[in-house]
Ligand binder design. Structure first.
Ligand code: BGC
Length: 887
């Protein structure tokens, strides 16, 4: 008998970067239809996925073999991610495994991926067992409360999870050890509408037998004791911080036990004698209670807790990249200013905290003043950042931690419930103490979003400008985007949408923005109006909340859609965008609106508010119309498309001189905003662009714009025939320009153009940050394609500008790493493009003689020439790595 053994042949195709809900193996998610994403590894040019098969199941072994007892997608002929879970209803507190395999263009299947997992949390409010607890003090008392409970875990523990929700901030410890490496959990939300809970895997922290759980609560934005112009101390939700926790233990025998917050917990005041998210933290080491969170502690003077109400009826999972102390930064320099004062310089501006280690006698008090700049006398100067602070006495100095030593061993202090914006720290002691350069360490703290983009060039100022914008972007990302990490820490909407592309080219921010848009929905009035800052305690519904700022509701979801190809955020916010656009339509039936702030912090010229606000109104209506189309809502699509036409007509009738092609008085913001937001009639685009170019030349190739103009000026030039001029403006190093800050030592972006401006002078604002995104677009030419979003198709329109020898931009999009890079070799430009597997690129390129990977363009069979006209080409590039020589 002849036995024929057939081997199934697997091709090289493999998948990588598998994520669920844009997180790696997340635990504690409440989403009923989690999203799955992955990338293919490039096996050969043109590789792409023709089908996938995805399984979800309760056993790792089953899933590894391609069997899912929860869901088997079957073979789906699609190459698009994300894929949505469509299986059986997910149970709470359950780990599900998943695996995917993909079929390539040669009909070869990859192996099943190593199983990954996601784990559900509460799923539903009624699964909470714990009660909300607090202590008996009112919200004015300063010290932060400790809470503790001991319990006996009678059997061998298989796994354990802590689910903890807090109004305010918490630090959780078990058996004397802090749990996790997150900072400032849970993230800030509108506490009376929605609260976040965090899930921790605490399997390793518990032991069979006696255990102790400790919780320290901070005020955060919930109990804002500091007083400033936004009235957070008057927030309608304000109360003494509280929390609710379920510690769910699964034993090896399969049984579960939940240790919950309830009346048997004890509380006491902690050594954190004051904490304010806005100003600082004060710590008295003399009040430490060693062992307070360990078993066997004698909690003699501890009090009973108080049961209290839940802050809202909506407690949901915090499913986003956490805030962490991401980068440790050592002092570059220390100077003794007088007998008891030292100045630490950390060499760069940042958001975060410092950690002090010091030995000294009992009662010595150190004051650590954090500031962004020094005064002429060489001491720290806070006058640029404390202007909106309204202290009622001197007990809560701005950005100043106070640390009292206990005289025992080395004392260590790092605030737990605060962060600051700073480069310098002035440490003053009331008695002699020994400090060295190593006594103080800084931590750059921010939402720990993975980096997805980078830019590098032969121009050092460009490289530093790119890095400084990123430093400001991250300094302003704390689970919601802020304007600045020192003076305000407010979720200013305008700053948020202007920076969205800079954010998304560089960082994997989807989880943070989805959360922030949920904050938007919590804040929106029934009539559609949004506040200028989100979240808010109520401030911002009266001022600064016109479409030039609160268009976040449309612009953020739209950009997430473009960068990720994911419609969920548009779906979640569709009605909100509609309510918002309808509000403007009802109140400004002419199509022209002057509701807004205008071109904020301009260099000199001021564009009328009704010009910029109407441009944003148009943008929102257009996003709404396009979204309606995506979702097949034909009536809405037609209605809002008609609205965009009405607005455009009114706008052009009012501002455009059709003879001259000049908008208004022809300012940089006017000409460029009309072009960038698509308001210019097609036949006049060239003329309007030419007038913009003339204006810029007349302005000595320097910017004359404010915030809204920074979004449009470089893009409008480079996308309308003037990339060289755009580069000349972008690369200026004299006032007013971004380079001017950099050559004067900036490591972050500023809030104002002159270095000696009298107001609006934070040194860490992201609002002028669009130039960073422009490097990717205007020089690298990397654009998402609206018709195939998520960089399924990549638009590549590089500009090889004169005066720059070499440039490279890369972006790791949903399908993989896109690279666009060029350099000059004499008269030849060498251009390299990487197109990730399972995607294509359209490349616009110009040259008399073009070679690809060593051969003539015309001879290359992989590349399709879609258009060619007078040495100008539009090429279709399948996945692969390309090297062009262009003459
Ligand atoms: C903030 C800005 C914000 C502006 C709007 C300022 O105080 O720092 O970034 O957009 O107010 O008015």
């Amino acid at each position: 008998m002849i036995v024929v053994i057939s081997f199934q042949s697997f091709s090289q195709v493999t998948v990588k970067n598998l994520k669920c809900e844009y997180l790696e193996n997340p635990i504690g998610i409440d989403e009923p239809h989690p999203r799955f994403t992955w990338q293919m590894e490039l096996e050969k040019p043109g590789s792409h996925q023709t089908a996938y098969e995805l399984v979800v199941g309760t056993t790792e072994t089953g899933v590894a073999l391609g069997r899912g007892d929860m869901w088997e997608s079957g073979e789906v002929n699609s190459s698009v991610i994300p894929v949505l879970y469509k299986g059986k209803e997910l149970e709470p507190f359950t780990r599900y495994f998943w695996s995917v395999r993909v079929k390539d263009e040669e009909q070869q299947w990859s192996a099943w991926s190593e199983p990954l997992f996601f784990e559900t949390g509460m799923i539903c409010q009624h699964n909470w067992k714990g009660k909300w607890i607090t202590d008996t003090y009112d919200f004015n008392i300063k010290p932060a409360p400790y809470f503790r409970k001991e319990f006996d875990a009678g059997k061998t523990i298989k796994s354990a999870r802590a689910y903890i929700a807090a109004a305010g901030l918490y630090e959780l410890s078990i058996n004397g050890e802090k749990i996790g490496d997150h900072c400032l959990d849970p993230m800030y939300t509108r506490f009376d509408r929605r609260n976040l809970y965090v899930t921790h895997d605490v399997t390793e922290n518990l032991k069979q037998g006696q255990n102790a759980v400790g919780v320290l609560l901070g005020n955060g934005w919930y109990n804002h004791q500091s007083t400033a112009v936004w009235y957070f101390d008057k927030a309608p939700w304000r109360a003494r911080p509280k929390f609710c926790m379920d510690l769910r233990i699964t034993y090896t025998d399969g049984t579960t036990e939940t240790i919950s917050t309830g009346s048997d917990w004890k509380t006491a005041l902690s050594p954190v004698i004051f904490n304010s998210i806005y100003t600082a933290e004060h710590y008295d080491a003399r009040l430490e209670q060693p062992g307070w969170d360990e078993p066997g502690f004698k909690a003699e003077n501890w009090r009973n807790i108080m049961l209290t109400g839940s802050p809202s009826q909506n407690i949901t999972a915090q499913a986003l990249h956490p805030v962490r102390n991401v980068t440790e930064i050592k002092a570059v320099d220390i100077k003794q200013l007088d007998e008891n004062t030292w100045l630490y310089n950390f060499g760069r501006n940042m958001s975060g905290v410092t950690s002090m280690k010091v030995k000294g006698s009992e009662g010595i008090t150190l004051r650590l003043k954090h500031a962004e700049r020094l005064g002429a006398d060489g001491w720290v100067d806070m006058s640029n950042i404390d202007v909106h602070y309204r202290p009622t006495d001197d007990s809560d100095p701005f950005q100043t931690d106070i640390f009292i030593l206990n005289g025992k061993k080395e004392n260590e202090f790092m605030p737990r419930f605060n962060y600051k914006g700073f480069q310098y720290v002035e440490v003053t002691s009331d008695k002699p103490v020994d400090l060295t350069k190593e006594s103080l360490t800084a931590y750059f703290m921010h939402s720990d979003v993975p980096q997805t983009g980078s830019v590098n060039s032969s121009n050092q100022t460009l490289n530093k400008t790119w890095a400084a914008a990123n430093a400001s972007y991250l300094s302003n990302l704390f689970g919601y985007p802020t304007d600045c990490p020192q003076r305000e820490k407010n979720g200013w909407t305008g700053d948020g949408h202007i920076a969205i592309e800079t954010g998304l080219y560089n960082y994997d921010g989807i989880t943070v923005y989805e959360k922030w848009l949920a904050d938007h929905r919590d804040e929106q009035q029934p009539d559609g109006v949004l506040p200028a800052i989100i979240p808010t305690s109520g401030w911002g519904y009266h001022w600064a909340n016109g479409p030039d700022w609160t268009s976040t509701i449309a612009i953020i979801p739209w950009n997430i859609y473009l960068f990720y190809g994911d419609t969920r955020i548009l779906e979640q916010n569709y009605d909100n965008i509609k309510r918002y656009v309808d509000y403007i339509d009802r109140n400004y039936p002419s199509g022209i609106t002057d509701w807004g702030l205008g071109d904020w912090v301009p260099v000199k010229s001021v564009t009328p508010k009704e010009f910029t606000s109407t441009a944003y109104y148009y943008t929102d209506a257009l996003i709404l119309a396009k979204t309606a189309k995506i979702f097949g809502k034909q009536d809405d699509f037609e209605k809002y498309l008609a609205l965009t036409e009405k607005i455009k007509k009114a706008f052009n009738n009012k501002f455009l001189n059709r003879e001259t092609g000049i908008y208004g008085t022809g300012l940089q913001t006017e000409q460029s905003a009309a072009l960038h937001w698509g308001l210019v009639p097609d036949e006049l685009k060239e003329k309007v662009a030419e007038n913009l170019a003339k204006r810029v030349e007349a302005d000595n190739k320097h910017i004359d714009v404010g915030l809204l103009g920074t979004k449009t000026i470089l893009n409008a030039l480079s996308e309308n025939g003037y990339p060289q001029l755009a580069w000349e403006v972008a690369s200026q190093e004299t006032f007013p320009s971004w380079g001017w800050w950099i050559v004067n030592g900036a490591t972050t972006f500023y809030e104002n153009w002159p270095l000696d401006a009298g107001r609006d002078i934070s040194l860490n604002h992201i609002m002028f940050g669009e130039i960073n995104a422009w490097y990717y677009k205007g020089l690298g030419g990397i654009f998402p394609d609206e018709s195939q979003p998520g960089f399924k198709n990549i638009k590549l329109k590089p500009n090889f500008v004169n005066g720059l020898e070499q440039f490279e931009a890369s972006h790791n999009g949903p399908y993989g790493k896109i690279v666009s890079s060029w350099s000059r070799k004499g008269k030849t430009v060498e251009y390299k493009a990487n197109v990730p597997p399972n995607s294509n690129a359209s490349l616009w390129i110009e040259g008399k003689k073009i070679k690809v990977n060593g051969e003539d363009l015309n001879k290359n069979t992989a590349i399709k020439i879609a258009e060619s006209d007078n040495n100008k080409y539009r090429l279709i590039l399948p996945a692969g790595e390309y090297r062009f020589e262009i003459k």
